[in-house]
Design a binder for this molecule. Structure first.
Ligand code: NAD
Ligand code: MG
Length: 337
């Protein structure tokens, strides 16, 4: 740990991020208590990992720093009903995503420091990288600095997560929130899965075997993304054939053309002006009717069936399979919570 401050930490929520943060911070020498609703779905897991688990109101009472790691859509109620009344005067309120503060759903008490520490990776990776002595890059921001030490608290927390071993970059709640939403919508989750499905459909509709299509547009994507990750697009180009490179140059921009970029800008505008968050909140409040429909459609897509059959034959995949950290898994837990 690089910082000398060692706040007593309460982690509220023990899902993807909560578990990874709690374990890494404890291993880094912090005093960590976990706050969960008694009888909730992750209580047993936190206890099995050796944590003292208390109801959120009790867990945060004597904490110097409270990390809010519940799903975004329950954070306002949690803050308004529990945290606002129970957090110690002058303590630190920490988020892993700026959504609720940036869009004004949560207005934190004036005596609190309010910070953000967002690892740029799912919780399972935050834990795995820490265990092997590396770290996931973290970005941090300060929304409210009552103590004059808010940045120091954020850096101590990020360091305890293992982020210092990788890279820690300063940002703002606005930048983190808007870029995080854009990334997951346009490129990482929404963009990538729709690209894969469209590629699969194109091949299968043209009469090619689904098994071959699966390998071409989904399975091999990992090999390409690993090269991006290691050395950018340059490294990917070094590893593919001249023919593949020429095809990349002439056909990539035909598929992802200016009209796609224009729609990406529309997506970004909806994020920036709060339309996306308003719609998501309304959907959540209505009990997720469309969300469930979309989720089912993804699960029912023909690429899932053929993928399941093919993956069963690739035994090495089972051993390395990550725990579900997706928003799907989050929503399932939320629904079950
Ligand atoms: P999650 O759905 O995996 O886990 C949520 C946890 O909160 C569970 O333990 C659940 O039982 C608990 N919970 C639900 N409602 C609660 C309540 N009312 N009171 C107390 N506990 C409650 O969540 P997650 O994906 O880890 O997301 C947590 C935060 O981290 C969010 O702000 C999210 O945006 C952010 N984040 C997530 C990721 C990711 O990869 N999943 C990455 C970066 C940041
Ligand atoms: Mg995100």
């Amino acid at each position: 740990m690089t910082s000398s401050i060692s706040p007593k930490i309460a982690i509220v929520g023990y899902g993807s991020q909560g578990r990874a943060h709690a374990l890494n911070l404890r291993d880094s020498g912090f005093d960590v208590t976990v706050g969960l609703r008694p009888g909730g779905p992750t209580e047993a897991k936190a206890q099995a990992d050796g944590f003292v688990v208390k109801a959120p109101a009790d867990a945060v009472k004597d904490a110097d720093l409270v990390a809010v790691l519940t799903p975004d859509m329950v954070q306002k109620k949690l803050y308004d009903d529990v945290l606002a009344a129970n957090m110690k005067p002058g303590s630190v309120l920490l988020f892993a995503h700026g959504l609720n503060v940036h869009f004004g759903m949560i207005s934190p008490r004036e005596d609190l420091d309010v910070v953000l520490v967002a690892p740029k990776g799912p919780g399972a990776l935050v834990r795995r990288e820490y265990e092997i002595g590396r770290g996931v890059p973290c970005i941090y921001a300060v929304h409210q600095d009552k103590s004059g030490k808010a940045e120091e608290f954020a850096l101590a927390y990020a360091g305890g997560l293992g982020g210092a071993r990788a890279n820690i970059i300063s940002t703002t709640f606005k930048e983190e929130t808007e870029t995080d939403l854009f990334g997951e919508q346009a490129v990482l989750c929404g963009g990538a899965s729709s690209l894969v499905q469209a590629g699969f459909e194109t091949l299968v509709e043209a009469g090619y075997q689904p098994e071959i299509a699966y390998y071409e547009v989904l399975h091999e994507l990992k090999l390409i993304v690993d090269l991006f990750y290691e050395g950018g697009i340059t490294r990917m180009l070094e590893f593919i054939s001249e023919t593949a490179q020429y095809g990349d140059f002439v056909s990539g921009p035909r598929v992802i053309d200016a009209s796609v970029k224009a729609r990406m800008k529309d997506v970004l505008t909806d994020i920036q002006n709060g339309t996306f968050t308003r719609n998501w909140q309304a959907e959540y409040d209505a009990g997720l009717p469309n969300y469930r429909k979309f989720q089912q459609a993804d699960k029912d897509h023909p690429i899932e069936k053929v993928g399941k059959e093919l993956r069963a034959k690739m035994v090495w995949l089972q051993a390395n399979a990550a725990q579900p950290d997706t928003d799907d898994a989050n929503a399932k837990r939320t629904a079950a919570a």
